[in-house]
Design a protein around this ligand. Structure first.
Ligand SMILES: Nc1ncnc2c1ncn2[C@@H]1O[C@H](COP(=O)(O)OP(=O)(O)OP(=O)(O)O)[C@@H](O)[C@H]1O
Ligand SMILES: [Mg+2]
Length: 228
């Protein structure tokens, strides 16, 4: 099925999401529309509580919208079973969180190899790709270190490599440098942008930093439940 028009990146159509709080309903997303094409990097901004994480979780098929559609790599997620959603996520999505979530008992390179092996890639091929990604992030010398032996910025660089390991169509990042000091954050961020630009992935990156946001191809703002 490929009814997502020409877009093989990410598309959100009239996405709605509300949370019930006792008697009240908090409407977080009220018909959000978004189209991100392959090779395009979009910044997602908006005040705390605007719904950026909610939107990213829905775009990443981790949560379902109350209404509306998410299309990933041209495929609509709405009608899919849980199993099919998982498959779509594995095939086409990379996710970077604010905190890296690396596996502490594995080295950097192993953390980037593992998702590839889960996807069925042979170990030697997975290792080559992992080393290539880590090298491009300036981590060739650190590949054998475990997360606990890396700095915060290095850990987040590894997490970015891991998210791109399976060459996803779509990369989602939720304040990927929010945990780092401003100087380190800038460096990691610029490397992320450079790596994404070269990879042809459609990227949506939530950030509170307007200066970093302005370096992306486009900025979308979450305001009153809509993307403007
Ligand atoms: N599972 C949930 N149940 C109830 N309310 C929720 C739930 N998840 C999020 N919310 C509410 O939805 C709103 C949006 O939350 P969200 O985490 O998406 O904001 P955000 O833009 O990512 O904020 P921040 O910049 O602080 O990370 C908030 O008011 C939050 O309290
Ligand atoms: Mg958030």
């Amino acid at each position: 099925m490929n009814d997502g028009g020409m877009n093989d990146g990410l598309r959100l159509e009239s996405v709605r999401r509300a949370f019930r709080q006792g008697k009240d309903t908090l409407e977080v997303l009220c018909g959000a529309d978004l189209d991100i094409r392959a090779g395009e990097i979009v910044a997602l901004v908006g005040p705390s509580g605007a719904g950026k994480s909610t939107l990213l979780h829905i775009a990443g098929l981790l949560e379902k919208p109350d209404a509306g559609e998410v299309r990933l790599a041209g495929q609509a997620a709405g009608g899919l079973s849980e199993r099919e959603r998982t498959r779509l996520r594995r095939l086409h999505l990379g996710f970077v969180y604010q905190y890296h979530h690396l596996l502490p008992e594995f080295s950097a390179v192993e953390n980037v190899i593992l998702p590839q092996m889960i996807a069925g890639t042979a170990r030697s091929k997975a290792r080559d790709r992992a080393m290539d990604l880590l090298g491009r992030m300036g981590l060739a010398e650190r590949a054998g270190h475990r997360p606990g032996q890396l700095s915060g910025g290095e850990q987040q660089r590894v997490a970015i490599c891991r998210a791109l390991a399976n060459a996803p169509r779509v990369l989602l990042a939720d304040e990927p440098t929010g945990n780092l000091d401003p100087h380190t954050a800038d460096g990691v961020f610029l490397e992320l942008v450079a790596l994404v630009k070269g990879s042809g992935v459609a990227a949506l990156i939530a950030t509170h930093n307007p200066e970093l946001a302005s370096r992306m191809d486009r900025v979308v703002r979450l305001q009153d439940g809509l993307l403007v």
